[in-house]
Design a protein around this ligand. Sequence first.
Ligand code: SF4
Length: 389
Amino acid sequence: MRAEALALAAAEGDEYESLLAAASVLRDRSKGKVVTFSPKIFVPLTNLCRDFCGYCTFRKAPDEPGAKTMTIDEVLRVVGQGKALGCTEVLFSLGDKPEAIYPEMKDFLAREGYQRTLSYLYEACRAVLEETELLPHSNPGVMGKADLQRLKEVNVSMGLMLENISDRLMLAGGPHFNAPDKKPAVRLRTMEEAGKLRIPFTTGILIGIGETWEERIDSLFAIRELHQRYGHIQEVIVQNFRAKPDIPMRDHPNASYDDMLKTIALARLIFGGNMNIQAPPNLTPEKYELYLNAGINDWGGVSPLTPDFINPEAPWPALQTLKQKSAEAGFDLKARLPIYPEFIAQAEKFLHPSLFSYVERLGDAGGLVKGGGPLGSMPSIHCSDSSAI
Ligand code: SF4
């Protein structure tokens, strides 16, 4: 299978078209002509981080302009605004263990009554649940078993991008040099612990950061292997690197559009029809709808309120536009919760019992957002025939 995938990665012309078509057919058989997204509020709890990834524009040192750790009051304020717009997911995305290198973060945490960022995150998630009844999904970097276990009490799902399986990318000059939390074995360990703890888990790969096709494909197989053991991977993201003027990799070329399409199609073939395969629409604003041609069935979290703090130069598409473009490609856009319907259906196995009522309150009978969330108030759009793509 690895050899086949590698051969397909070199496909061109008719073979390339056949690869995309095979991925689309596989997606259609399991998912039909529905594409989902999660209406979310993006909460960058802190942008301080102990790692220095070459492609990151999110991280800040405490003395840099824009460095920020949110208070819980600030979190609740923005979540309240998102709730009014119909959002259901609260994505906590933050830097990894900033207190390990920054005394300023240690002081902030001490003032708030905590020693570790992950304990503070737990409190923020708990406050969001209790005060707003929206659903936290945290993405705080590498975690140990005890942290995962505790955070599961207040998160309906969690995430950690594998990025790539290659240790080579950690060498001097590579994107993960001086980023200890990007060590593949460490990330795989977090994902494995999440599997043992039955946490619905989002992961994925970042393409175009200097990896080879072999490394890209091996990364997908590594995720598949974990999913085969624990059944907890709820979605696989294929994300494209984009150069930005303020990052060390500013002169590195963007991931190519063809590479994105091929990687999405290979991910679909490697994971099969049932996996949720996601690609972000805002990182290819000019033609993201063609990702539907390569086998995705999800656009990920899209916010009608907050920017993509990881890619601040790339605004989310307006939901009306996303709906229109999906419909023109033959797909019905639907809002989902941060835990996918197939995992809600196995709530006894995958969800902490204290969260059942929160999910029931927001989910419909099919496990999607009751009333359509922010889509509920929009005029309906009729899908074209998929041959119009
Ligand atoms: S990508 Fe994540 S881990 Fe790397 S520097 Fe940025 S915030 Fe830190």
